[in-house]
Design a protein around this ligand. Structure first.
Ligand code: MN
Length: 131
């Protein structure tokens, strides 16, 4: 199961390093972008198995980046987890209604974070397969 490529889109260096360290410790490969624009471009060129998307980014927000990913056939099927400090209930609802597959609050809880990544990567592909 290990070795899948995960794209981290996060402008904060400490958060990026934390996510990278956790994922690499668990055997995943990582690629990183500091902006939504760069994250979308990377995902289009080399589609990852999963994207971890910060919401508050310089320039394009994580929500806008998700819209671009979902509108592009190369990237629309990639699961995207929102990773954000917006812990208020209404923000969470806004984020989930934007179409993210899951939500992780910052500061990151390592066990929850790993569990969410595993759940996304082992989930059956959308729209396919036998019951
Ligand atoms: Mn940010």
């Amino acid at each position: 199961m290990a070795g899948e490529l995960i794209l981290i889109v996060e402008d904060n260096e400490k958060n990026r390093k934390l996510e990278r360290d956790i994922l690499q410790f668990h055997g995943y490969r990582t690629v990183e972008a500091e902006t939504g624009e760069d994250g979308v471009a990377l995902a289009q060129v080399t589609p990852p198995a999963l994207i971890l998307m910060d919401i508050q980014l310089p320039g394009m927000s994580g929500i806008d980046a998700l819209r671009v990913l979902r509108a592009d056939e190369r990237t629309r099927g990639i699961p995207v987890i929102a990773v954000t400090a917006s812990a208020m209930t209404q923000d969470r609802q806004k984020i989930m209604s934007a179409g993210f597959d899951a939500y992780q609050a910052k500061p990151i809880d390592v066990n929850q974070f790993v569990a969410a990544v595993r759940a996304m990567l082992t989930r059956p592909p959308a729209g396919g397969g036998a019951a």
